[in-house]
Write a protein that binds this ligand. Sequence first.
Ligand code: TXA
Ligand code: MG
Length: 318
Amino acid sequence: MITKRIEAAIEALTNGELVAIPTETVYGLAANAFSEQAVKKIFELKKRPLYNPLIVHIKSVDDLPLVARDIPEEALQLARAFWPGPLTLILKKQKSIPDIVTSGKDTVAVRVPDHSLTLSLLNKIPFPLAAPSANPFGSVSPTSAAHVQQYFGGEVSLVLDGGPCEKGIESTIVGFEDNLPVIYRLGSLPAEEIEEKTGALTIKNYDRKAPVAPGMLNKHYSPKTAFRLTRDVDTLLEEFAGQKIGLLLLTERNDLRHAIAHQEILSATGNLTEAARNLYAAMHRLDALNLNIIIAERMPETGLGSTINDKLSRAAAE
Ligand code: TXA
Ligand code: MG
């Protein structure tokens, strides 16, 4: 059921049920982070491997000590600068967090989401919420209550409807190695904005064998339709001429020399913030059209353009 009633969400979560929650990034599939049994349901419903840990959502930076310990000063500074917001920090975990949440690691991923409905929910329950994105493992993340409903139908009893997600792409994940910040997943907080606080950052988001964060898995965010990413849309249009083609473009093209079935424009003005917001909904729409191929145009490699390219290249991975 889709609802805007927080009371219904409180009741379900308190009873150990799952509730889909809105955040500024994507919708999450939430459970009581202190309850091993409740969290187990998340892994089952998503068909998510148990080695892939979850993000714990808290109501404010003041609650950090409830879930994390030995917090580096630099982490606190980032938390104060960007929370509530699309930044996830990897910190040493407290005993209160069951192993299932962190896949047995001694670290926990934590953030304060920037969405009024979910913040007021978090303020009314005595436990934090463990929540991955509310999509089956490996598929495109949901940015509306309707997307969650399409994925899970009756299987999740409650979807809290907070409207379309304002950012539209997952949070940026930052961990610490020898107390130095490292980006493990590009996300809706541009790396450049973090670097204004920290100085130049290492980005370690591509690790084929042993992903630190499975947002790092090469193949991820995948539509069912064949998907290609390119700098040169025209050459691929040539290659797939005569087939049912969908295009995913930053801005509109009216000089195309081949017939296409459908095109999605991410931002009429080429604004990358708007493009990020629209990305997943455009991918959901394209994927519903029974196309032979989706051809996506590579974005400018700056700010959120880098984040979008990262998601698109994982969608296109073999
Ligand atoms: O924006 C977001 O982050 C959304 C909303 C719902 O908050 N959540 C989200 O969750 O994207 P999910 O499960 O799709 O991605 C969580 C990522 C995974 O790549 C996971 O591997 C990583 O966080 N992660 C969780 N705990 C970790 C840990 N202890 N060390 C390293 N990576 C971790
Ligand atoms: Mg996800």
